[in-house]
Structure formats: structure tokens, C-alpha cells
Design a protein around this ligand. Sequence first.
Ligand SMILES: [Cu+2]
Length: 709
Amino acid sequence: MSLDIATIARTYPKHNVAHPFDPLAYDELETTVRIVQGSTHFRNGMRFVMLQAKEPTKAFMATFRSGQSFERLADVLLIDTTANRSIDAVVSLSKGEVVSWSIAQDKGQPMLIPDEFVEMTIICMQDERVARALEKRGLDIAERGLVCIDPLSAGYFTEAEDPSRRLVRGMFLLRKESNDNIYAHPIEGLTALVDLNAQRVVDITDTGVVPVPQTMRNYERQYVKNLREPLKPIVITQPEGVNYTVDGWSVRWQRWSFHMSFNAREGLVLHDISYDDPFTGRVRPICYRASISEMTVPYCDSTSTNGMKNAFDVGEYGLGVLANSLTLGCDCLGEIRYFDFDFVNAFGEIESVPNAICMHEEDDSIMWKHTDLRTEKVENRRSTKFVVSFISTVGNYEYAFYWNFRLDGSIELEVKANGIMQTGAVQPGEKARHGTMMEEGLYAPNHQHFFCARLDVQLDGDKNRVVEVNSVADPTGPTNPLGNAFYAKTTIFETEQEAKRCHDYRSARTWVVQNPNSLNRMGTPVGYRIEPMEIGQPYFNEDSAIAKRAGYLNHHLWVTPFNETELFAAGRFPNQNPGPDGLPVWTEQNRAINNEDIVLWYVFCHHHVARLEDWPIMPSAKLGFKLKPTNFFDFNPALDLPPAFAKTCGATKGHCESGHAPGGTREFVPQRLTRLMRRTMRREKLVAEAEGLLEEKRAKRMSGSKSKA
Ligand SMILES: [Cu+2]
């Protein structure tokens, strides 16, 4: 049977657009491409970088009501490979026409397109200088599948990477057999700078031959000797159904509601996160838009190969376009609801990622518990978390993003960094100064994974502020006679420059978003604070190329007034962008941020000095942050959870009931008395003894009075 793409496309499920935040549906993508390619502006040599729904303005959304008709607009970003420029177009699907067409003025180059990765390999393979450099290393570029070339964003180190050319840097690795882990065999010292528009290698860097590490170190199942016995299955079922409801891209779970979208650059975006609060009887807005604005992975090595790896994974590669198709039982466990993602490739063809977003509930241990010591009465509530997730493969790494909603009013972004580390080679007998040796001649360079979340907060309305809280111990004296007391010192940020802040563990520093116009039952502003997980800081020097390009990494917190054009922490086009751009530039305006419509930018990091345990594939490294209600609710929002019911365990007979390990051979099991029984017996004994003494005293008194008489 032949594969009829046209038939598949026609039968692909189409959904009706119900909401301005909805991502473009399959048929809308088709229509937009047709309108763009049919317009008088379109030329041969133009390629699609991104095509997505144009987000509505906040002013429009303030008046939008469900079911209302609206003009459906698409944002289109193109590159003109002939004229070497980028084009921004807006298409009205409602009118069926291009409504604006202009040359993009932003610094840098638009992100790389996956179709260009393949082209880069072909361009390198046809280059004589590449062939000769490989020959020097005893390698033949013509041998099929032997030499692999990874596309690394070019960065901006000298004028050679000037964004007037569209560049990518090829890094060379060896594949010794078809399923081999290529990162065990880096071809050190060799890189090729490729001009994607001119379709040629513009420069080769060859710092000399280093033997390619030959040790095979593979992780695929066929390579692992003695796989352990499979674990007995943990089955997660929800026989009465799930607790969430989905209407198009709108989601409700318990008291939470939000809208989702998904785009090529950021991947998952959450809109209009709100909480239906029974204490106030209101649906309370919390965040207008939440996304991963940027990621930067600086490789902190001195070589021309690893030292030039500085991936801006959001702005240079795109988390959405590289999203995985998730698999039940492997990526996700439980009663899962999946969402697909359709996007347009360089040539205007639609590509689909089935099961790009995963939604499910997870048991989350206890929410709260207390045992009254006098009565031994136990109150215990289970925590359930609602998880919306996606995973992207950016070259050698997988990044898994989990937005966790909880019953206590908290929202957590958990990131799991997975995959294979970048590597380099050293001469036999040498050790790497800026990395960890993994094999003889092979090392993993020091590097860091930075993430920047953009949180357009909206606590009980648009006007918010950010307060820094530092714990301060008073000097021993009248206010602190025992020398043990501390107080929470608060500082309200008035301007952008004041709000460029870093963590300080010594003062347990936190930042609280507040709405000064919305007060809780104690009369203080309602708030949410940022609770960190792993914290890191960059180690680049100020005069380095990366310091100029990724200035947003210099602070964990930034606060800006809302501006719909300010979406990406390192600028719109970080690719080949000399910097500075993004947050460091915008905040120079030092705009007012107290009691304004503000956006929080939170930077967090996995600091990766490699371990042998990370090789050949690393176990997940977890990082992220939590948005924790801080005087937002008048009481514990999980107070009204119904009690959890004690169950007996079915897995191993006797395991739950007895305190000793199952399967024991003890013939005599003594009668067990609980702590309460023991205490009651002891109390009763003491009371009886006391009563006996009293009786004795009373009897003595009686006999004494009789003798006196
Ligand atoms: Cu890493």
C-alpha cells in the first residue's frame, strides 16, 4: 500500500478553534501556508522558521467572553535565503490574506530549523578541507555512517560569526557501528563553520590531531550485559475516571483552571492560571502566562571545540519543534490524556508530533497529617498532583518539563535533565583541566544548564509588586534578650534595577509577588513566593563572549513591567547575537514595577561537573522551582480535603499488618500492645496506686480522730 500523504492530511482530526489562545489547528496551518506562498511577497528561497497563532493582546482578552467570535491571526517568521534576511508576516485567517509583511530588525539570526541540520551534514561531507582534516586522523568521510556531524549553534566569538551570514558549526564524532554512542568517540580539534544560505563551509578550525577515544561505551539494551530481572509492575488505574476535565485546550482540575498552547520555540505555554477559592468565593487569577523563556548551556572548557558550545536551547533550537512523541508506560504512567502538536517545516509542509503533551494525575504522598498525642487520633490527607508535561530532545540532551499543580495551591515547575554528556578528547596520558575523565583519553567538560522561566503574574489582578524577604537576627539586647530571635526584613522593589537579585542562603532570601490592593484576612497583601530547588551561578568572565550574549544569567531574579514584545530573556534571536540583548537591555530603562502589571523572570541552574555515574547516559537530574502561596489563602487550602481511608495492602500477605518482615519463620508472635494501650494501662495503674494511697491516708486520718475522741 502506498503512503498517500494527501489522504492522511485530509483525514487528520481537525478541531474547531474556540479560544484565542488555541494553537493553530492542522487546517489553519495549511491555510496560512497557502496564503503566504500565494502572496505577492513570497519568493523562491524563502523558508518557514515558525508559524504559530498570534497571541491576543491583554486588552482584548480582558473583554473576551467564551463563544465570542474573533479575528484569527497567525504570526509567520521566514528567512529569505537569497537576500539573507528575516521576514515577519502576519496572516489573517479570518480575512484570508497577509495583513503585514516586514523585514525583521532584531539582532542575530532566527533559530536553526531542523531541516538545516541535514543540509549542514551534506555540505560538510562535500567539502575537501573537511575530508583532508579527517584523512589526517585516518578517517574517511565517504565511509557511510562512520563520521557524524552535530550541528552546534555558531555563537558569536569574533566577526566571523557576524549575523549577516546564517551560520552553524559542525562538530565531528565517530560512529564505530550502527547503534554506537558517538559521544564516546569525539573527533577532537576539528570544527567546520557552515554558511547555510550560501551552502558552503566558510571556515575550518583544526588545532591538531588527538587520537579518537576508542572505548565502546553504550547504553542501548543490546549492549548491556545481564539486564536485571524486570521489577514487578506498579499498576496505576483510576477505575472511577480522572479528576480533570478538558475542553479543547482549556483544562480544569480540582480548583485549578488554565488554558494551554504549544509553540515551536517555547513548547508548552500555560495561560490564565486561576484558582477557584472557596474562602473568598472568587475565581482568583494567578498567572496570565507561564513559559520557559530561554535556556543556555555554556560549556566551560578552554578548547576550540567544547569551549565554543553555548546552546540557547529555546531561542536557537526550539523546545517545541524538538518535542518527543510520548509513550504510555515509558514516558508516562497512569490514566493519560495526550495532546498532539502540528507545526510547519522549512518548506511549508506540516509535520506532526503525536502525544507531544502528557496530562495525568499522580499520587503524591501525604498532604498533611497530625496525631493527637492524648487521643492518638490521626488525621491524614493524601496529596495528589496534576501534571502537564512534555519532553524535548535537543541534540545530546533530553529536557523533561513537568508543570505540577497541587491541592495546597502551589504550582511547581520540575525539570529533569537527561541524556548523554558532550565530550572531548585529550592526548594519551593527559587529564582534562576543565572536565572529568570518563575513559582513557575521553572527558566530559564542565558545563551548566540554565533555565529562565517567564511568569506574567496576575495575583488577584494585574497590579502586582515583588518583595524581597531576608531573615535577620537582631543583636542580643532589648529586642532579642536570648540572642536567638530573627525577623523577616522586607524590601519592596520600586524599579527594574533594584529587582536584579541573586539568592543568598545566609539570609534565607526569598521573593514574594504580592498584590498590595488585595488583602488577606489579617490585612496583609496576598502573595506567592518563589521557592528554589537547585541554585547555580555562571562562572564566565565579564570579557567572555557568552557573558555578553547571556547577561540574563547574572541574576536569579528579574522583574519587568509587562511589554508584549519582551518574551525572551536573551532577546528574540539569540542565534549569532553578539549581545547584549533581552533582559539586561530592557531593564536599563529602569521602569517602575511597584503596583504595576509586572513579569517575573526566574533563572535556575543545574551545575554539571560530570560524575562517572553520568556516563554513558546520565540518570535524571532534577531542578526547577515552586510558586508557593504566601498569605494568599486565608487558611490551609487543603483543609477541606476528605480523609484518606486506611486500606490493606494486597501485594504481600501480612506485610502491612505486622511490623516485621514478611516470610519470617518465627513460630511465636507475642501479643502486640499499641502505645496507647500501654499508656492507658500505665495511667490506670498510677491512678489506682494514687487512689490506694489516698485511701490509706483517709483511713489513718479516721483512726487518728477516733483515738483523740
Ligand atoms: Cu549536563
